[in-house]
Design a protein. Structure first.
Length: 198
């Protein structure tokens, strides 16, 4: 029986090979992140990162199972986005117009004027309209916050929300809100300009 080949001598795909290929593809994706995105992810704890990564893996597997269903990915994504936005409402980070007006101590007309001039912005969650609670934060100079909001121009409300609430590498990495609370007004204005121009 000398010279006989082992039964499984032919190369076959293994878990190790698949894992190495997947890690190589993942490395390529990570290198495509911009500085702000990479910094934002590095702020997560190991547990949070593992949770999000495993959730993404499960979603990827689920999408493979549902490839024959047109529009499935769009449904999953829009449902997830809505859930995240509803969570912001529950956490009190977004406020109903009446509550927001009471907190600001202004009239509906004054708020409407501030939104039209770009000094403030609203956000839609499903069919309802909300306002960012950070405009009521006493640690942030509201006039400077409104100037930065104006600097964001005609960007959609959710893009403005992303700007204010996500860490920026150019700020240390702080969120623009945290930087404003520390008096870094000029740095935040520069970050807003870069955000609009990207």
């Amino acid at each position: 029986m000398t010279g006989a080949k082992p039964k499984f001598a032919d190369p076959v795909p293994t878990v190790v090979t698949a894992r190495e290929a997947a890690l190589s593809r993942l490395a390529v994706l990570v290198h495509r992140l911009d500085e702000d995105e990479a910094n934002a992810l590095s702020m997560l704890s190991d547990d949070e990162l593992e949770h999000h990564f495993k959730s993404c893996l499960m979603q990827a597997a689920s999408h493979k199972d549902n490839q024959g269903r047109p529009g499935f990915e769009a449904i999953v994504d829009s449902d997830e986005v809505l859930r995240r936005r509803e969570a912001l409402v529950r956490e009190g980070r977004l406020m109903k117009p009446a509550t927001f007006l009471r907190g600001l101590g202004v009239t509906k007309q004054a708020l409407s004027k501030a939104v039209k001039s770009g000094r403030m912005f609203s956000l839609d969650v499903g069919p309802a309209t909300y306002y960012p609670a950070f405009y009521l934060d006493l640690e942030v100079d509201r006039k400077e916050l409104q100037k930065v909001t104006q600097a964001l121009g005609t960007l959609p409300g959710w893009s403005k929300w992303q700007f204010f609430t996500q860490p920026k590498g150019s700020l240390g990495p702080r969120t623009p809100l945290e930087a404003l609370a520390e008096g870094m007004v000029d740095d935040v204005k520069k970050a807003a300009k870069a955000f609009v121009e990207r």
